[in-house]
Ligand binder design. Structure first.
Ligand SMILES: [Zn+2]
Length: 456
């Protein structure tokens, strides 16, 4: 068994090499044992559209059942619909078989106890159980149940559009295709569908709306059809992306800023949580709307935990994971977020491009990723925090977010890959370049950081 499949937030690897039937069955046994020892009885499992997912889900179910835990199999669903099934069937947890937005040869497992994702040590605990074959034994019962009709009714009950829109939807051949377009139509919208048929070969593009190359078709279609907006979902629909009526990307921090205005109008003084990669525009908008901005670590499980701790109605990160507690269950549901966004839009007199242009304007880089060995990355980031702190104010909740007054720069170690992630933002292009140069000079003191090897 490849120990590297046990990652910070999930289990992930090459479907045919790493996630073979015996390995996945053992993961099911470990997860079932973990829950059984806490007195838990029943879980749900689901899968995405990938060709390897039915096989992996079967092996997973066999493993869980062999520990005496009962399993409800809800079939092919988006990840947030699996979370909804946990709530709806009032079960003790769930496992989603999904490779999310990754290339077709990958797959993975997202595990949760109740609605809380297993992460960090909890995932390592499962690995240790497998290495020691430390499993409970029993005979659980397998049930097949539908959940998508109940999910659709739940969205229809919660969302009301005050005017209809023309929307282009690109589901990237992932799991959102059979759900979101139909619901928007039921609410009176005109929907233009792009790649809404589930297809695990992803013949058009990989399902990741944060990658510019993958949203080109969506952009073009929005302009061609003069639509009010475009919505893209990732493969398992826990994330979404938006294109405005002028064909421009509305970034996750801008989406979050607009949604904050909506939430704060009804929950004044509430705390909104977001990760260190987000633009300065977000705290500015939150403060102006009377809320409390709280910057936190990157990583959706960490953000979700912080959100719970401070009782925030809304949280989100630059990767596109957005969490609503306000009016919802608190987990990241790209489909629900897209409906909340359109509902917010339906209450505005302005068009989406006007709303985006009214946000504070900054010039920023996308995420820049540079290669850095796993065993060195955290030490190097700690050293950089101390170096920067000698000269500038630094927010150090996750790496160093260095404040330059009229801009900021970020360096943090990825939790999942041998890379450092950088991002820069300023009021002007020239200031942005100055900040970038300051960072590059500091980073060049560490030869282990391969600045020339920018990775995707
Ligand atoms: Zn995803």
């Amino acid at each position: 068994m490849n120990p590297n499949i046990f990652r910070a937030y999930d289990i992930r690897g090459l479907a045919d090499q790493d996630l073979t039937d015996p390995v996945v069955e053992n993961i099911g046994k470990a997860y079932g044992t973990y829950l059984s020892r806490k007195g838990k009885k029943i879980v749900v499992t689901g899968r995405d559209v990938r060709l390897s997912s039915p096989r992996i889900q079967s092996a997973l179910n066999r493993g869980i059942l062999s520990t005496g835990i009962n399993v409800i199999d809800v079939g092919m669903v988006p990840t947030p619909v699996l979370y909804f099934a946990i709530v709806h069937f009032q079960v003790d947890g769930g496992v989603m078989v999904t490779g999310s937005h990754n290339p077709i040869e990958f797959n993975g497992l997202k595990l949760s106890e109740g609605l809380a994702s297993l992460y960090g040590d909890q995932i390592q605990q499962l690995r240790q159980m497998i290495e020691k074959s430390d499993f409970e034994k029993g005979q659980g019962e397998l049930l097949q149940k539908e959940i998508i009709p109940q999910y659709k009714s739940m969205i229809l009950e919660r969302i009301q559009l005050h005017r209809p829109f023309k929307i282009v939807i690109d589901a990237g051949n992932g799991t959102a295709g059979p759900i979101a377009p139909e619901l928007f139509e039921k609410m009176g919208c005109t929907v233009i569908r792009l790649y809404c048929e589930p297809d695990g070969r992803f013949p058009n593009h990989l399902p990741d709306p944060t990658v510019m190359a993958y949203i080109q078709d969506l952009k073009n279609k929005v302009l061609e059809t003069k639509a009010d907006l475009g919505i893209g979902y990732d493969g398992d629909a826990d994330r979404m992306g938006i294109i405005d009526n002028k064909g421009r990307v509305v970034f996750a921090d801008q989406i979050l800023a607009l949604l904050s205005q909506d939430v704060l109008s009804r929950n004044p003084h509430a705390t909104i949580v977001f990760d260190v990669k987000c633009s300065q525009l977000l705290p500015e908008v939150i403060e102006k709307a009377g809320g409390k901005p709280l910057m936190w670590k990157t990583g959706h499980s960490l953000l979700k935990a912080k959100m719970k701790e401070v009782d925030a109605p809304l949280a989100g990160e630059m990767s596109g994971h957005i969490f609503f507690k306000d009016g919802y269950f608190g987990y990241d549901d790209g489909i629900y977020v897209s409906f909340r966004f359109v509902q917010f839009l339906s209450l505005q007199e302005k068009s989406l491009d006007q709303l985006v242009d009214a946000l504070p304007q900054f010039v920023s880089t996308p995420e820049i990723r540079v290669a850095c060995p796993d065993e060195e990355k955290f030490r190097i980031v700690d050293a950089l925090v101390s170096l920067f702190r000698k000269e500038y104010p630094v927010i150090d909740v996750d790496g160093a977010r260095v404040l330059f007054g009229d801009g900021w720069g970020l360096v943090r170690a990825s939790n999942t890959q041998p890379i450092l992630v950088l991002r820069f933002e300023a009021k002007t292009h020239s200031r942005l370049e100055e900040i970038r140069a300051i960072f590059m000079e500091k980073l060049s003191q560490f030869p282990q950081v391969r600045l020339e090897e920018a990775t995707h």
